[in-house]
Design a protein around this ligand. Structure first.
Ligand code: ACO
Length: 432
C-alpha cells in the first residue's frame, strides 16, 4: 500500500470511548497503528505475548516479507549480495545502509583487519573457564569482558561508538577461535593481517604453530556466504535483546554480550546445532525419518522438527533456499558426500507434503541446511552457533548504533497484565 492509499487513522472503540489512532506506513507499504498515546488516553495497554504484532522501532537496515520470502539489506536483495558481495562489504552496508566506495571499503577492510588482536591479559579469561564449557557461554563472557578494556568516562560519543563497533567486528572472530582452541587444548593462533576476514577465521581455528596452514579458498568463500546470510534479520530475539540492553545506556560490548546469550537458545541460533543432532540420531538408527516426523507432530512429545518454522517466514526462508543449493555446491567442490544431506532432503520432502506442516506454513529456515555446510567446512557442531554469532555481529552493531541515534528511542519497558492475587493482609508465619 502506498502512503497516499493508506488510511490516516485507525478507529478504536473501548466501551463508550472512541479513539482515532494515527496510522504509519513503512517504505514497503506495511501499516502500523501508532498506539504511543493509548495508555495515557484510555488507561488500557495492548496484550501481545512474544511481541509478534508489535513494531518496537523504526529501522532502515533490513526489510523482510515473511509471506513472500523476501529479505533485503538496505534495499539490496539477499540473493544478489550472496552472489556478488563479500562479508566485509555487507558489514559496511548494514552499518551505513549504503554500499561503500572503493576507498571506504579499503579503509574499512584495513580497520577490521588491524583491530583483531585481543589484549594479552584477556587470554586468562579463556584459561579460567572449563574446557567443556559451551563456546557460546565463553564468547558471551569474553565479549562482555571487552568493556573492561575500553571503558570510557562520561556519555558515549558517536566517534567512541564507531571505534567500539570496529573493534567488536574485528575481535569477534578472534574470540570465537580462542573459545575453540581453549576447548581442545591447543595454543591460540594470532590473527594474520595478510588474509581476508573469512580466511583469517579459518587460520585462527585450524592452524597450529607446528606446521604450515593455508586456508582453502573454496572453504573461505563458503564461510563468507554463510556470514553474509546471517548478517542481519531485523528485530529477532537476539537483536531485540541487543536493542533492549542498549536502551538503558549500556555500552556496545555489554549489549552484544546479552545478544549472544539470546542467540544461544535452541529456538533461535542454537537450532543449527540441534538440526545436526536430529539428523545424526536418524542416521544412527535411533528412529526413522518418518517416525521422527510423527513425533514432531505430537504436541506432548516435546520434539520439534528443528530448522523448520519461523515466527516471520510463512514461506520458504530465502536464506534456506540459497543454503540448500550451497550444500550441493560445497560438497561437490570438496569432493565429499554427507548422508545427513540426504536425511535432511527426506525430512523436507515429508514435511512439505504433510498437512500438519502445510497448514501451519512451516518451511525450512536458515538453520536447516547451514549445519551441513559448517560440518563440511570442518567446523565442530558446538561452534555452529558461534559462527552464527560472528555472522550476526554487524546486524547487532548496526541495530545498536541505529538505536543510539534514534531521537524517538526510549528505555525499553513493556507493561504487563497483572493476574496475581488482589490485596491481602500479611499473616505471621506461626499463623499460616
Ligand atoms: N516442528 C513441529 N511443529 C512446529 C514447529 C516445528 N519445528 N514449529 C512450529 N510448530 C507448530 C507449533 O507447535 C504450533 O502448532 P499449533 O498451532 O498446533 O499450536 C504452530 O506450529 C506455530 O508454532 P509457534 O511455536 O507458535 O510459532 P512461533 O512463531 O512462536 O515459533 C519457532 C517459531 C520458535 C521458530 C518454531 O517454529 C520452532 O520452534 N522451530 C524449531 C526451532 C528452530 O528451527 N528455530 C530456528 C528459527 S530461525 C532462527 O532463529 C535463526
Amino acid at each position: 500500500m502506498t502512503k497516499k492509499q493508506a488510511p490516516k487513522t485507525a478507529k478504536l472503540i473501548i466501551g463508550d470511548q472512541e479513539l482515532d489512532l494515527p496510522v504509519m506506513v513503512g517504505s514497503e507499504g506495511e501499516l502500523a497503528i501508532d498506539i504511543t498515546k493509548l495508555r495515557s488516553t484510555t488507561g488500557a495497554v495492548t496484550f501481545d505475548p512474544g511481541l509478534g504484532n508489535t513494531g518496537a522501532c523504526t529501522s532502515k537496515i533490513t526489510f523482510l516479507d515473511g509471506e513472500q520470502g523476501i529479505l533485503r539489506y538496505a534495499g539490496y536483495p539477499i540473493e544478489e549480495l550472496a552472489q556478488q558481495s563479500n562479508f566485509v562489504e555487507v558489514m559496511w552496508l548494514l552499518l551505513h545502509q549504503d554500499l561503500p566506495s572503493s576507498t571506504q571499503l579499503e579503509q574499512f577492510n584495513h580497520d577490521v583487519t588491524h583491530h583483531t588482536m585481543l589484549h594479552e591479559d584477556l587470554k586468562r579469561l579463556f584459561a579460567s573457564l572449563p574446557k567443556a564449557g559451551h563456546p557460546m557461554a565463553v564468547c558471551a563472557a569474553a565479549v562482555g569482558a571487552l568493556s573492561t578494556y575500553y571503558q570510557k568516562a562520561g556519555p558515549q560519543t558517536a566517534e567512541q561508538n564507531w571505534s567500539d563497533a570496529v573493534r567488536l567486528l574485528a575481535k569477534m572472530p578472534t574470540i570465537a577461535a580462542y573459545s575453540f582452541k581453549h576447548s581442545i587444548g591447543q595454543p591460540f593462533m594470532y590473527p594474520r593481517n595478510d588474509l581476508s576476514y573469512s580466511s583469517n577465521i579459518l587460520h585462527m581455528m585450524f592452524a597450529t604453530p607446528c606446521g604450515k596452514y593455508e586456508p582453502n579458498p573454496v572453504i573461505a568463500r563458503a564461510l563468507d556466504l554463510l556470514l553474509i546470510l546471517h548478517a542481519d534479520h531485523e528485530q529477532n530475539c537476539s537483536t531485540s535483546t541487543v536493542r533492549t540492553v542498549g536502551s538503558s545506556g549500556a555500552n556496545l560490548f555489554a549489549s552484544v554480550s546479552a545478544g549472544i546469550s539470546a542467540l544461544w537458545g535452541p529456538l533461535h541460533g542454537g537450532a543449527n546445532e540441534a538440526v545436526i543432532d536430529m539428523l545424526t540420531s536418524i542416521r544412527d538408527g535411533e528412529r526413522s525419518a518418518r517416525q521422527f516426523m510423527d513425533l514432531a507432530k505430537q504436541k506432548n512429545s516435546g520434539v520439534r522438527l528443528m530448522g523448520f518454522g519461523h515466527r516471520v517466514y510463512k514461506n520458504y526462508d530465502p536464506r534456506a533456499l540459497i543454503l540448500k543449493q550451497a550444500c550441493y555446491d560445497v560438497l561437490a567442490e570438496l569432493g565429499r558426500k554427507d548422508p545427513l544431506l540426504d536425511i535432511a532432503l527426506e525430512l523436507e520432502q515429508i514435511a512439505l507434503s504433510d498437512n500438519y506442516f502445510i497448514e501451519r506454513k512451516l518451511y525450512p529456515n536458515v538453520d536447516f541446511y547451514s549445519g551441513i555446510i559448517y560440518k563440511a567446512l570442518g567446523i565442530p557442531s558446538d561452534m555452529f552457533t558461534v559462527f552464527f554469532a560472528i555472522g550476526r555481529m554487524p546486524g547487532w552493531v548496526a541495530q545498536w548504533l541505529e538505536y543510539q541515534g534514534d531521537s524517538a528511542a526510549r528505555i525499553t519497558r513493556p507493561r504487563q497484565i497483572y493476574m496475581g492475587p488482589n490485596k491481602r493482609t500479611y499473616t505471621d508465619v506461626s499463623k499460616r
